[in-house]
Design a binder for this molecule. Structure first.
Ligand code: NDP
Length: 453
């Protein structure tokens, strides 16, 4: 062995760190993982997992309403927030334990305290102990960004707190127009909270396909969510039990809570990275090469702390690739292109590949196929909700460049479309594929007319 205490010291037991630790240990490395909060990281503890559980919870209100058209009666239904939070906590606890078990089963040592980088090969633990490692992996994730210049910002919550509110407010103002803002707007609104979304851009979800953004905006408004685009929160003041939120146009809202979902910043504060010579980029993310190696050859970083593609499966893939490359004798780089993704908005978004806007910039001939229709379920439920499906095709090669869906189960569809698009599927391959009937997804293989605007 190397003369170091460990072959690998991982800082942060989230998705990327845990995967790297397990795979490195499986390759025979002596591994330690330090975690200052809870094993599982953002995704498991206060991100994807509890969020999806809350999304399920918030769907029931409409499900009860929709059931009436199918002959059910739905009287006396009631929702109890405390039950949801408690059941969610139980599930998180189960997952947290499973993560700990898996790490231990892989032979990694778990150190439940804060660790910081003390040099290219040394790590300082909060308890005062200092250890050495041949490699250090920084996998500390990201943390919510709050505009701290804003008067009253300390009265606002972030998604971290939203998971454990003592009670649901009657009204909430959410600032931001990204994944988290849009998903929580759907959750709160579905749970009966009057919801106002304040977003500084022209539209929600910058970077997503324009048709998707329009479609989702319209559907969210139908559900009663008030979307104030081109607006910013300029001040928050305490008012009674809640807050009074002022916008830049002078509008004011009284609300039980105000939540900021204004992006996330890499968790590097106080980590000792710069003193150890690790270069950060202007967004304070660890600068890494294609192998996740930082400017210090013995220090690597994966996941949100590198601010590449901030999604759990990407962090996992980066952690795995790192461990295979450094400890498994393989040469694995992560391909960050064509990452399928879902926004668990209501209705849901599933997307992979290029937006129409990006395709028109990079390709001389772009064909668009799209359809918007009422999902079959709503013929009886009577709900006024439409689904959107769109294919962006290179008009010269027939290759499908992007698929964009807004509607029920769009995320599930995006996963499978991701395979086809990655394999280089052409529109003619979609056309040659037989439909699964009756489904919504069959629209994807029966789109024949080019959209002419
Ligand atoms: P996003 O980067 O997605 O969105 C941030 C939003 O906040 C944007 O609308 C941005 O506006 C706005 N914003 C930024 N700064 C300010 C400011 N000072 N004042 C007002 N508005 C501001 O971040 P999120 O926090 O929503 O999510 C973080 C990341 O977590 C996502 O990028 C995603 O990668 C990941 N995530 C993934 C999920 C999934 O896979 N389903 C779910 C949740 C999170 P503008 O567009 O104008 O910059």
């Amino acid at each position: 062995m190397s003369g170091f205490d460990y072959d690998l010291f991982v800082i942060g037991a989230g998705s990327g760190g845990v995967r790297a630790a397990r795979i490195a240990a499986r390759h025979g490395a002596k591994v330690a993982v330090a975690e200052e909060y809870r094993v599982g990281g953002t995704c498991v503890i206060r991100g994807c997992v509890p969020k999806k559980l809350f999304v399920y919870a918030s769907h029931f209100a409409e499900a009860f309403e929709d059931a009436v058209g199918f002959g059910w009666t739905s009287e006396k239904v009631a929702f109890d927030w405390a039950t949801l939070v408690a059941n969610k906590d139980r599930e998180i606890e189960r997952l947290n334990k499973a993560y700990v078990r898996n790490l231990e089963a892989a032979g990694a040592e778990l150190i439940l305290e804060r660790a910081t980088v003390a040099g290219p090969h040394s790590v300082a633990l909060a308890s005062g102990r200092q250890v050495t490692a041949r490699y250090i992996l920084v996998a500390t994730g990201a943390t919510p960004f709050l505009p701290r210049h804003l008067p009253g910002h300390e009265l606002a919550i972030t998604s971290n707190e939203a998971f454990n509110l003592e009670r649901l407010p009657a009204r909430i103002v959410i600032a931001g127009g990204g994944y988290i803002a849009v998903e929580f707007a759907g959750i709160f609104s579905g749970l009966g909270v009057e919801t106002v979304l304040v977003c500084r851009g022209e539209q929600i979800l910058r970077g997503f396909d324009g048709d998707l953004r329009n479609h989702l905006t319209a559907e969210m408004k139908k559900k009663g969510i008030e979307i104030r685009a081109r607006s910013e929160v300029t001040g928050i003041a305490r008012s009674g039990d809640g807050v009074r939120v002022t916008l830049d146009d002078g509008a004011q809202f009284g609300a039980g809570q105000v939540m900021f979902a204004t992006g996330r910043i890499p968790n590097v504060t106080g980590l000792g990275l710069q003193d150890a010579g690790v270069a950060l980029n202007p967004h304070m993310a660890v600068k890494v090469d294609g192998y996740s190696r930082s400017s210090v050859p013995s220090i690597y970083a994966v996941g949100d702390v590198t601010n590449r593609v901030n999604l759990t499966p990407v962090a996992i893939r980066e952690g795995h690739a790192f461990a295979d490359t450094v400890f498994g004798g393989k040469d694995v780089m992560v391909d960050h292109s064509l990452v399928p993704t879902a926004v668990f908005s209501q209705p849901e978004i599933g997307t992979v590949g290029m937006t129409e806007e990006a395709a028109r910039q990079g390709f001389s001939k772009v064909d668009i196929y799209k359809t918007s229709f009422r999902p079959m379920k709503h013929t009886l439920s009577g709900r006024d909700e439409r689904m959107l499906m769109k294919l962006v095709v290179d008009g010269e090669t027939d290759r499908v460049l992007g698929c964009h869906i807004c509607g029920p189960d769009a995320g599930e569809m995006a996963q499978l479309l991701g395979i086809a698009v990655r394999m280089g599927a052409r529109k003619s391959d979609f056309d040659a594929t037989l439909a699964v009937h009756p489904t919504a997804a069959e629209e994807l293989v029966t789109l024949r007319e080019k959209w002419t605007g």
